[in-house]
Write a protein that binds this ligand. Structure first.
Ligand code: HEM
Ligand SMILES: *[C@@H]1O[C@H](CO)[C@@H](O)[C@H](O)[C@H]1NC(C)=O
Ligand SMILES: CC(=O)N[C@H]1CO[C@H](CO)[C@@H](O)[C@@H]1O
Length: 327
């Protein structure tokens, strides 16, 4: 009796030790651009052609895919948890903060996955496909290209409730946004560089209408002519279906105009404008506005860092067969 109890006690200790080791190695996933060199050598070109086909069909693919990657990584790490469809509507994609994620981003990953599965079934994670697709859409809209680190697993959890408080909002105070990025290992310079993603894509009127109509006055940090343009596009009785270009100058080109826009009062969100107005972020804004190469270098580096956030390995993940469902 005594013996057996001690035995089960040892057993428990052993189990605890194994769990601790697994948890520790789970945080240390080894990513490498060559991860699929032997198991799926053509993965990059297969993903790139699927993405290119989708971009030719609709430009929205570019901003939609890029933003999807950001939202995936900031909630539970870059693990394709944002892709999961839930019949009870309580997965990450169902959270209010995700409401405006364009369907074309999801579709891009689903199509690329289908093409990859034909060549190498069950080998490449949806999280890696999303990371590759995010790089490809940037380079296909005249932006930079970079080597994508690979080897992420797909996550086993996707809950709408986990989105709360993890994504930045357009009216959030600069310090709060900085803290969110810092919590994901991204410095102020990375935050400024990644915000340059707003050089492509759209925003719904409701996300910035407060700057036009709240307190009966226009936000003084908006350029008056830009404010008039926005008011014409978004009348006070805000229509939730209308969206405007976020970069009013070169909306479909991935370039550094976003930063020059900020200096001219053409930042669409208060959070964008704050990057120019804040002492900590302004040097990066000015540097990127004056030198596109400098912006591209910083953006590439920040995207690689973003891609390392909360990566799953070992027992915390799987290679999903269908990106929208757990195996
Ligand atoms: C810094 C804090 C950020 C805030 C407050 C923010 C907020 C927003 C908001 C409110 C929209 C408009 C959504 C809509 O109404 O449809 C938007 C769109 C977008 N965001 Fe951000 N964002 C931030 C950072 C980022 C980052 C880091 C990326 C990617 C690296 C990104 C990529 C995009 C893209 C590409 C769109 C356009 C989506 C489309 O056209 O479908 N954003 N963002
Ligand atoms: C722009 O930035 C790049 C990359 O850091 C640098 O090599 C180049 O000298 C800069 N150009 C100018 C005009 O400052
Ligand atoms: C693309 C997508 O699935 N968006 C969903 C985001 O969340 C809202 C609910 O908050 C859903 O209605 C959207 O369909």
């Amino acid at each position: 009796m005594e013996q057996r109890r001690r035995g089960s006690c040892f057993c428990l200790l052993a189990v605890t030790a194994v769990v601790v080791v697994a948890a520790a190695s789970g945080g240390e996933a080894k990513l490498s651009p060559d991860h699929y060199r032997r198991t799926c050598p053509r993965v990059e070109s297969i993903v790139r052609s699927a993405v290119a086909r989708k971009v030719r069909a609709t430009f929205v693919t570019v901003p939609a895919t890029l933003r999807l990657f950001f939202h995936d990584c900031f909630v539970q790490g870059c693990d394709a948890s944002v892709m999961i469809a839930s019949s009870s509507n309580d997965a990450e994609k169902d959270a209010p903060d995700n409401q405006s994620l364009a369907g074309d981003g999801f579709d891009t990953v689903v199509r690329a996955k289908a093409a990859v599965e034909k060549a190498c079934p069950g080998v490449v994670s949806c999280a890696d496909i999303l990371a590759l697709a995010a790089r490809d859409v940037v380079s296909m809209s005249s932006g930079p290209s970079w080597k994508v680190e690979l080897g992420r697993l797909d996550g086993l959890v996707s809950k709408a409730g986990d989105v709360t408080g993890r994504l930045p909002g357009p009216d959030m105070q600069p310090d709060a946004i900085t803290a969110l990025f810092d919590g994901n290992g991204l410095a102020v310079r990375d935050m400024v560089a990644l915000s340059g993603a707003h050089t492509v894509g759209f925003s719904h009127c409701e996300r910035f209408a407060g700057r036009l109509y709240r307190h009966g006055a226009v936000d003084p940090s908006l350029s008056p002519s830009y404010a008039r343009q926005l008011m014409a596009a978004c009348p006070p009785d805000v229509d939730p279906t209308i969206a405007v270009d976020m970069d009013p100058v070169t909306p479909t080109v991935f370039d550094n105009k976003y930063y020059a826009n900020l200096a001219a009062g053409l930042g669409l969100f208060a959070s964008d404008q704050a990057l120019h107005d804040g002492a900590a972020s302004r040097p990066a804004v000015e540097g990127f506005a004056g030198n596109q190469t400098l912006f591209f270098e910083a953006f590439k580096e920040a995207m690689v860092k973003l891609g390392r956030v909360g990566v799953k390995s070992g027992g915390d993940g799987e290679i999903r067969r269908d990106c929208t469902a757990f195996n």
